[in-house]
Design a binder for this molecule. Structure first.
Ligand code: PLP
Ligand code: TYF
Length: 395
């Protein structure tokens, strides 16, 4: 039965971590995977998480099954974070939220749900996009296409091209948009451009699916999330996946959510029943621990403040690393202009390095993605000079 099975290709990003782990050079640096490291090169365990976990240990509780849609307190807190506390869509009970296994789990629930109710739609993702987007929607049975997005010449968004792509899509097409901190390019839309995208989505009768895996890493929690409210205000269906992997540094806990906006409370109740059916046939119900931690932090004022401060700390440190990278490269590689790195948003930079150059960096035990994507959040005051010297050498 299994004799003829081929070797599946490695995940292009997680495969880099495998190669990195196998490297015995103590000075090795992993700029591949999208994980935030602190200035000491460690993945942080946030204070707000530690405090919530300490409280949970004081009040240990049995681990029965959670409801299919997840912990009620979690779903409520996530809704308020994603749509804004007190927003009309929550008051009118038009939004439904289910706890999910990370942002990936949320995308998968959303994809399976859409395949059931809009089976003939095609899906459009940005060119380029997070590697897993295509695979997730294809495995749900969709045809997946690209819309124009990145312009390598300007290191920014080819906005006219993007609008043109949107306008050519058939009504009912599903368009996956990165709410903020575009992965892999770091090139985001301006507020004004979002307005035009929302207009094109509305005019074209498209189904928007916002993927928000990096809320708080761009301009701020509310600022990054504001685009969700603008889509809600424009009316029509909307799906939003969000993840706490990065913003809570809870990667391995698999904690995220899918929210869907309906046109009425009655429609929302029917949607929720169908989302539960999708969850049931995937994994029955989500895990308890991480949902409790995130719900407690989001809904306890002191812990909430601590989280916002810690997230701001991560955001600011990444910006400092962008700044340092630009300045140091200007000294070490004077013929080249890396000022665009300053304009990019979130964890990543499409550095413009070619596959060959990335291969040469690898010889120095510096790991980046073949596309030239580097994780700026993996740079720190101790490794940045090594990275800059190595980049200057391969240019
Ligand atoms: N969407 C994007 C754009 C991502 O970069 C990631 C990264 O992991 C995800 C979704 C998945 O989130 P999670 O790691 O919580 O599954
Ligand atoms: O793009 C990244 O690096 C992160 C982490 O299959 C990631 O989003 C990468 C690949 C993958 C899952 C997570």
């Amino acid at each position: 039965l299994f004799g003829a099975i081929d070797m599946a290709p490695r995940d292009p990003i997680l495969g880099i971590t495998e190669a990195f782990n196998a490297d015995t050079n103590p000075a090795k640096i992993n700029l591949g995977v999208g994980v935030y490291y602190d200035d000491g090169g460690k993945v942080p365990l946030l204070q707000c998480v530690q405090k919530a976990e300490a409280k949970l240990i004081e009040q240990l509780s049995p681990r029965t099954y959670l409801p299919i849609e997840g912990l009620a307190a979690y779903d409520k807190a996530v809704q308020e974070l994603v749509f804004g506390a007190g927003s009309a869509v929550i008051q009118e009970k038009r939004a439904v939220t289910v706890q999910a296994l990370g942002g990936t789990g949320a995308l998968k629930i959303g994809a399976d749900f859409l395949k059931r109710f809009s089976p003939n739609s095609e899906v459009f993702i940005s060119d380029p996009s997070w590697e897993n987007h295509r695979a997730l929607f294809e495995s749900a049975g969709f045809i997946v296409n690209n819309y124009t997005y990145y312009d390598a010449q300007t290191h920014g968004v080819n906005f006219e091209g993007m609008l043109d792509s949107l306008r050519k899509m058939d009504a009912g097409s599903i368009v996956l948009l990165h709410a903020c901190c575009h992965n892999p390019t770091g090139a985001d839309l301006t507020q004004e451009q979002w307005g035009q995208v929302i207009e094109a989505v509305k005019q074209g009768g498209l189904i928007p699916f916002l993927d928000m895996a990096y809320q708080g890493f761009g301009a701020g929690i509310a600022e990054d999330g504001a685009v969700v409210g603008r889509f809600v205000d424009a009316g029509g269906p909307l799906l939003v996946s969000n993840s706490f992997s990065k913003s809570f540094s809870l990667y391995g806990e698999r904690v995220g959510a899918l929210s869907v906006v309906a046109s009425s409370a009655d429609e929302a109740a029917r949607l929720l029943s169908q989302l539960k059916r999708v969850v049931r046939t995937n994994y029955s119900s989500p895990p308890t621990h991480s949902g409790k931690v995130v719900a407690m932090v989001l809904s306890t004022p002191e812990l909430r403040q601590l989280w916002e401060d810690e997230l701001a700390g991560m955001r600011v440190r990444i910006k400092q690393m962008r700044e340092a990278l630009v300045e140091k490269l200007a000294q070490k590689a004077p013929g080249r202009d890396f000022a665009f790195v300053r304009e990019q948003v979130g964890m990543f930079s499409y550095s413009g390095l070619t596959k060959e150059q990335v291969g040469k960096l690898r010889e120095e035990s510096i790991y980046a993605v073949d596309t030239g994507r580097i994780c700026v959040a993996a740079l720190n005051s101790k490794n940045i000079d090594l990275v800059v010297d190595a980049i200057a050498k391969v240019l």
